[in-house]
Write a protein that binds this ligand. Structure first.
Ligand code: F6P
Length: 372
């Protein structure tokens, strides 16, 4: 009997989601004769059984479009806000999956989605995931959908900031996304010729950054571009976070309370951290500083050719894996091959930038300041 599959997109949107659904849907229908439906707005739509049949017409004309035609949300099946109350709605979702007689539920998402899919798999749901996030922080895959596009947008911004920084002899601090990893900052920082690149994996010392800038000035460069990942932090902040975390794990309630206080202090210090950094650099170097925060612009618009190709390959491979009976896996790209990786290996693990990563070694060879 022909298989039926359901698709949903969850978590933050990302360029390439529509291209992936198109690849998956077209291969499922054309090559494998499957029926495809899409649930609206992530796991919320699955809970509410809001769906649309995806046929050739719905899958056409979306290769180049940004966002997700299905809509998305950050809802978790086991922690749903329902009328102001947080509830575990997993069983209702499973009923809906059974009602549609789905042979597979394909969830396109990042780390959170992998965890949620894993929980469904543990309850017997035949589930697959596709690795989507601009942050590139999913364990088990060489790269993720949306990362190349976001890196391209950030690189273009750095290119544009160069000419204005150069003209005004300023420091420009540009904050990029990346959650708790530095892939976008490092990739775009290198591609755009950033002078300092700050990533969460390397807590920074403000004096080291100021020195890099002062050395550049002494060598005749009167401007500097500092690319900072949104999750990057100073050594002091990193120590505060670590201390708070270990206190919170304590058996002693007083220690736990202290841990909570430290976390609140940490959160306060994190507010406007990029502006604070720019101010400190201005004071230390005497160079005027400006801040640019790229934000959600990095998630918008048309996917790059690399992301379209990746999305199409991952989507079509997913249809093939479902056809042969695979489930409980993320379709990853490894050494240029699409491979299923068990969700239990992926869920709950984050791919950070290894300190010996070739991009970091390249940055050091170039004399880029990494704040250490
Ligand atoms: O995970 C993708 C991402 O864009 C991160 O880089 C960023 O920290 C976060 O999502 C922003 O989330 P939201 O869209 O909910 O503000």
């Amino acid at each position: 009997m022909a298989k039926q599959i359901g698709i949903l997109t969850a978590g933050g949107d990302s360029p390439g989601l529509n291209a992936a659904m198109r690849g998956l849907g077209k291969a499922a229908i054309r090559t494998h004769g499957m029926t495809v439906i899409g649930f609206r707005d992530g796991f919320r739509g699955l809970m509410q059984n809001r769906f649309v049949r995806l046929q050739s017409a719905e899958l056409s004309g979306i290769l180049t479009t940004g966002g997700t035609v299905l809509g998305t949300s950050r809802d978790k099946p086991h922690k749903m806000d329902v009328g102001g109350k947080v509830m575990d709605m997993t069983d209702l979702m499973i009923e809906n999956i059974k009602g549609h007689q789905l042979d597979s539920l394909v969830c396109l998402g990042g780390g959170g989605t992998a965890k949620n899919a894993m929980k469904l798999a543990e309850k017997g749901v035949p589930v697959m995931t596709l690795p989507k996030t601009i942050d590139n922080d999913l364990w088990g895959t060489d790269t993720t959908l949306g990362f190349d596009t976001a890196m391209g947008i950030a690189t273009e911004a750095i290119d544009r900031l160069h000419s204005t920084a150069h003209s005004h002899h300023r420091i420009v601090v540009v904050e990029v996304m990346g959650h708790n990893t530095g892939w976008i900052a490092l990739g775009a920082g290198l591609a755009g010729g950033g002078d300092v690149i700050l990533i969460p994996e390397i807590p920074y010392d403000i004096d080291a950054i100021a020195n890099t800038i002062l050395e550049r000035r002494a060598a005749g460069s009167t401007f500097s571009i500092v690319v900072i990942s949104e999750g990057a932090m100073s050594r002091d902040d990193a120590a505060l976070k670590e201390q708070a975390r270990s206190l919170k794990k304590s058996e002693d309630p007083d220690e736990v309370a202290k841990g909570r206080e430290s976390l609140d202090r940490f959160a306060e210090r994190r507010q406007n951290h990029t502006a604070t950094l720019a101010c400190s650099l201005e004071k230390r170097t005497g160079l005027e500083s400006r801040v640019t925060i790229l934000g959600h612009v990095q998630r918008g618009g048309t996917p790059s050719p690399t992301d379209r190709l990746l999305a199409t390959r991952l989507g079509t491979a997913c249809a093939d894996f479902i056809a042969r009976g695979d489930s409980g896996a993320m379709v990853a790209i490894r050494d240029n091959e699409c491979v299923p990786v068990p969700l239990r290996e992926v869920a709950g693990r984050r791919k950070t930038v290894p300190l010996d990563h070739p991009w970091l070694l390249t940055a050091r060879n170039l004399g880029v300041g990494l704040g250490d």
